[in-house]
Design a protein around this ligand. Structure first.
Ligand code: DP6
Length: 315
């Protein structure tokens, strides 16, 4: 029996579009921050009494469709046709744009690596984890992490050594499971969006700029680049043949608040993923001011304060 813990990550430069669907190869490199309060704990046990894998998520035994998805991933590690019992729980809402697939697959690979005695390094593990969920490549690592594009061999995640005072205040606008997964929507964007090529080009530039900003610990620059990169990702969806957007009225209200905070001289920038929640980028000096004003729009229970978190580990 092996138990592993992995933290979710929020991308500052987004992964949005696969150039190879079956190998999970992204068009562009992405860069993220792993967060402390959002994590998944997963226990994997080999069980010779099982005739197929068993997957329990947050106390609920998953149906055959969900279990088969996980079983396909377990196959990358499985030895001697042994089935496993997987028990996983999230410290936060699942599939609500809070990167549960990232922490989920990272915790699962970490646990499977040990349970089946593979001894893969985190870089090797990240390459395999990619085939569970792209963003999970980055959740094996703490703090700032990159997932580089490339081919099957060279596309994996790694950690950036920068440590700095950065806080993400997560405004949970809606914690229900989203109706349009990032996987399906990024696929449609690749196929349909009139802006997709422009996105790839701009995102490559943003990635290079972000690497410099992170190395220089320049929070204002990190914030500005993250903001425009996220909005460009959302713009690709608006330019689909059938336009789509994840933003809700509350998300816009929070974005406007962030702009006002900045006019007041407060460090505040935002990013958004495949859901309506807004993640505000700030630092520990200005965090209280951000929360104070955000509390006028959102209930305290819907505000999560997240500092950088560690890489995945065996418990
Ligand atoms: C908007 O990693 O969930 O959060 O690889 O198909 O599982 P799959 O997609 P997923 O997509 C994450 C998209 C994003 C941006 C990001 O995390 O980089």
């Amino acid at each position: 029996m092996t138990t592993a813990k992995a933290h979710a990550n929020i991308a500052l430069i987004k992964y949005w579009g696969k150039k190879d669907e079956s190998l999970f190869l992204p068009f562009t490199s992405s860069l993220s921050l792993t967060l402390d309060p959002l994590y998944t704990i997963t226990t994997v046990s080999k069980d010779s009494t099982l005739t197929k894998d068993l997957f329990v998520l947050n106390g609920v035994t998953q149906n055959s469709q969900e279990t088969e998805k996980i079983s396909k991933f377990v196959d990358y590690f499985r030895k001697n046709n042994q089935f496993v019992r997987i028990e996983s729980s999230n410290s936060f809402a699942t599939a609500a744009g809070l990167a549960s697939s990232a922490s989920g697959y990272a915790a699962l690979s970490k646990a499977l690596n040990q349970e089946f005695e593979w001894r893969y390094t985190d870089l090797e593990l990240s390459r395999i984890t990619r085939k569970g969920s792209g963003s999970a490549t980055r959740s094996l690592f703490g703090g700032f992490a990159v997932w580089q594009t490339g081919d099957d061999e060279s596309s994996f995640g790694y950690s950036l050594p920068t440590q700095m005072d950065i806080v993400m205040v997560i405004a949970v606008v809606d914690d229900q499971k989203k109706s349009h997964s990032s996987r399906s929507m990024m696929k449609r964007t690749v196929q349909e969006s009139a802006y997709f090529e422009a996105w790839v080009q701009q995102s490559e530039r943003d990635f290079s700029d972000m690497l410099i900003a992170v190395t220089e610990r320049d929070l204002r620059r990190i914030g500005l680049i993250a903001e425009r990169n996220a909005m460009m990702m959302h713009a690709t969806l608006l330019a689909n043949q059938t336009p789509f957007f994840y933003l809700q009225p509350k998300s816009l209200e929070i974005i406007q608040l962030v702009q006002q905070l900045r006019e007041q001289g407060i460090v505040a920038y935002y990013t958004m993923d495949a859901g309506p929640n807004v993640k505000i980028i700030t630092n520990s000096t200005d965090q209280a001011k951000v929360i104070e004003q955000l509390s006028e729009i959102l209930n305290q229970d819907n505000i999560i304060i997240a500092k950088p978190g560690p890489g995945a580990s065996i418990l």
